[in-house]
Design a protein around this ligand. Structure first.
Ligand SMILES: C[S@@+](CC[C@H](N)C(=O)[O-])C[C@H]1O[C@@H](n2cnc3c(N)ncnc32)[C@H](O)[C@@H]1O
Length: 275
């Protein structure tokens, strides 16, 4: 309990620090991180969606233009304020912003047609509990999606990666591997409908200085990135002034026991990368 409260405080402090920079960073609005995700959700005009750990509301606002209503939930008040400001700038009036925990969402069972969470799983102490919460608030037959950066299966490479991320951002918990993300859906009893993994490029300096720990650890981070372990080039690699990550997008469906036919077969991951 005390550990959970401490974790929550760390997240709030970090994302109060990051709120302005995160909202301004181009990468989070770029087509391959925003449109790629929203397209894969297949949102419908008459639907209600929840954006879990919504941050400054970038995904929620993109969805709000495609559906009837969006609810963004986040535990950091500064992020919710940024989200409300973003909605105001975009003239969006069908979004609501709620303070709450991804592990205990402030929404009732079956409240939404869909739920999505981007770049948040790696901050959570219990990502499976978060996916189960998303499944709880989504109606049977509805979709839920996670997009997040991933790490490598090799423990020494994952340790190297997580050490750098935690130096830069003390609220970083742990990146899952692509297979680890898929396993969450299986454990929560979900049907997989979309699976995609793609490189994501960021501006190195913007990434480094956005995290509260980055400037103070500049030399340590540069040194570790300069001596990458096996497999690092696929998941976390510095190339001059760019940083390349691996992003996974997965969309599941909550099974609907009353549906006569099973839903469409899942899209398969590329053969060579199939977990
Ligand atoms: C990296 S930001 C991502 C924001 C947004 N999802 C996006 O992709 O634009 C992570 C967000 O997760 C939120 N967060 C972290 N842990 C949370 C939790 N347990 N419950 C709710 N929000 C949480 C933080 O406050 C922060 O706004």
């Amino acid at each position: 309990m005390a550990a959970e409260q401490g974790k929550r405080r760390t997240v709030e402090e970090e994302f109060t620090h990051q709120a302005g920079a995160f909202a301004r960073a181009d990468v989070f609005r770029a087509a391959d991180t925003l449109d790629a995700l929203v397209e894969r959700l297949g949102p419908q005009r008459d639907q209600t969606w929840c954006d879990v750990a919504c941050g400054p509301g970038i995904v929620a606002c993109a969805l709000a233009k495609r559906v009837r209503r969006v609810v963004g939930v986040d535990c950091t008040p500064a992020m919710l304020a940024a989200a409300a400001a973003e909605a105001g700038r975009q003239g969006i009036d069908n979004a609501a912003w709620l303070a709450g925990d991804a592990l205990n969402l402030p929404l009732s069972q079956d409240a939404c047609d869909g739920a999505v969470s981007r770049f948040a799983l790696h901050h959570l102490t219990d990502p499976l509990a978060a996916v189960r919460e998303m499944a709880r608030i989504v109606k049977p037959g509805g979709k839920l999606a996670v997009a997040d950066q991933c790490t490598d299966d090799r423990p020494e490479t994952a340790d190297w990666h997580q050490r750098i991320e935690r130096w830069r951002d003390p609220s970083h918990e742990s990146c899952l591997t692509p297979s680890g993300i898929l396993a969450l859906g299986a454990a929560a009893g979900l049907e997989r409908v979309v699976w995609d993994q793609r490189p994501l490029e960021l501006d190195y300096e913007e990434w480094l200085t956005r995290g509260s720990g980055g400037p103070g650890r500049r030399q340590d981070i540069a040194a570790l990135l300069a001596s990458p372990p096996p497999g690092a080039e696929r998941i976390f690699a510095r190339q001059g002034d760019r940083l390349r990550l691996l992003q996974v997008i997965v969309v599941w469906r909550r099974p609907d026991p009353s549906a006569a036919q099973p839903t469409q077969p899942p899209t398969q991951p590329p053969k060579e990368e199939r977990p």
